[in-house]
Ligand binder design. Structure first.
Ligand code: FMN
Length: 433
């Protein structure tokens, strides 16, 4: 009789990655509407974009009754491009999730280099998600210079201490799983040694991106270490997701059985068309026209920042199509809905969302430089006074109203880095995370 395969127990509120085809963490491209769409088309689980621990620490959790989302928000001391706005509106959404539609299928990915701050941040969001995943694969200097991302692959003792701290101080009390996403190292021996340490930390899952740290996204993924990685995971009872150049659910399932992994993760193919999660037996990948329409509707339902929606539309609409050119001139949901020919079904909603976000025809007139300077001074003082006297939760409990300027921001510059996860300006598609 053969013994049952070893399995690190999956906590009550956690989720087993085995048998799953999942949406990868993607800065900018993995915001709430993108995740909802991936789930609609059959993704089993979705990873949120990497959000660094320090960005989440200090946020307040709000239930947004307008969008039915849970928003983690924070004030920006100098974040608004238009400082004339009042302190209420200086609140930025750092992380938005949809409990009803994402439910316990959302994994929060954290960027960190420190067990204490990792635990502090993860505790805030743990009750709202099915798991916490540590990013140990981002090769960009903004991540590695802070000791995060792929830098952790060179400091396995720090990475393991982060994972152990998350397992005991966040995973166990909240009964959720902790996992890690890595890249392969230069040699199989190096990867094997790393894997053995990681698998002994109490994690329930591990994703391996089959590229080394110096490899660019356009270079083909290398799968010659994959069987070894999958074997170590199986020996240790840790679920193993493979990642790199997986383009559809059906292909994923074939690769999973070929390499002996437990599941697969898809990034760029799903960024362009999230219906890649739909099996061929149910129609497979949908035409971009259908997906774009669903995306616009979903983005409006959750009042997604216009800048982010426009960016994603740029990924989904083929560059050569006339719609693409028409889209580049749009500045609001109303204009986009018109450019895309959805007036009959979406115009009312588009106007409502533009009004809520104060964009397009509801945009506020811009201040001159001198006016901005004067207003910034005043806003700093009044913001401080107001905060001192009021509970933050009360102020925005009915929903978050933000200006067009705020709608363009992922996070206030006081905590944003030049470019990187949880900061907007970068070209996310150029990331080689
Ligand atoms: C736009 C974009 C943003 C990404 N952001 C993250 C991230 O936040 N965290 C992470 O671990 N990997 C990130 N990645 C890497 C992907 O999760 C994935 O590992 C990589 O793209 C390889 O998968 P693919 O071949 O299916 O694209 C990002 C990739 C892209 C294209």
């Amino acid at each position: 009789m053969t013994a049952a395969p070893k399995k690190v127990p999956i906590p009550r509120n956690g989720i087993d990655y085995r048998g799953k085809v999942v949406l990868a963490p993607m800065v900018r491209s993995g915001e709430c509407p993108s995740r909802l769409l991936a789930l609609k088309y059959g993704a089993d689980l979705v990873w949120g974009p990497e959000t660094i621990d320090k960005a989440l620490i200090g946020t307040t959790r709000h239930v947004n009754t307008v969008t039915n989302t849970v928003d983690f928000t924070r004030f920006s001391s100098n974040g608004a491009k238009n400082p004339a706005i009042n302190a209420d509106q200086r609140e930025s959404v750092i992380y938005r999730l949809h409990p009803e539609r994402e439910g316990k299928r959302l994994i929060y990915q954290i960027g960190t280099s420190n067990p204490e701050t990792a635990v502090q941040a993860a505790k805030l969001i743990a009750p709202d998600v099915a798991g916490i995943d540590v990013n140990a694969g981002c090769p960009k200097p903004f991540s590695t210079s802070g000791g995060m991302g792929a830098a952790l692959l060179k400091t396995p003792e720090i990475l393991c201490s982060i994972l152990r701290a998350l397992v005991t101080e966040v995973g166990e009390p909240n009964e959720i799983g902790i996992s890690v996403k890595i890249r392969i190292l230069e040699t199989a021996g190096q990867t094997e040694a790393l894997m053995r340490s990681l698998c002994a930390t109490g994690i329930t899952g591990l994703t391996v991106h089959c590229r080394t740290t110096p490899m660019r996204p356009r270079e083909r993924a290398i799968r010659d270490q994959l069987k070894m990685v999958a074997n170590i995971c199986r020996e240790s009872g840790v679920a193993c997701l493979m990642n790199g150049d997986v383009t559809s659910r059906d292909e994923a399932l074939g690769l999973v059985s070929e390499f002996g992994c437990d599941g697969a993760m898809i990034a760029t193919a799903a960024e362009t068309n999230p219906s890649v999660f739909r099996p061929e037996s149910q129609g497979g990948k949908a035409p971009w026209e259908e997906v774009v329409k669903e995306y616009v509707k979903t983005a409006m339902e959750v009042e997604n920042r216009w800048g982010n929606t426009k960016f994603l539309l740029g990924q989904m609409v083929p560059g050569k199509h006339q719609i693409y050119r028409a889209m580049t001139h749009t500045k609001s949901y109303t204009e986009a809905v018109k450019a895309l020919g959805y007036e009959a079904v979406m115009l009312d909603l588009a106007r409502k969302v533009d009004q809520a976000l104060e964009i397009g025809e509801y945009d506020k007139p811009k201040l001159t430089k001198a006016e901005r300077k004067a207003a910034n001074k005043g806003a700093k003082v009044s913001g401080k006074q107001e905060r001192a006297g009021k509970e933050e939760v009360q102020r925005t409990a009915a929903g978050i109203k933000r200006t067009a300027e705020m709608a363009e921001l992922d996070m206030p510059p006081d905590i944003a880095r030049d470019s990187g996860p949880a900061s907007v300006p970068e070209q996310a598609s150029a990331l080689a995370v």
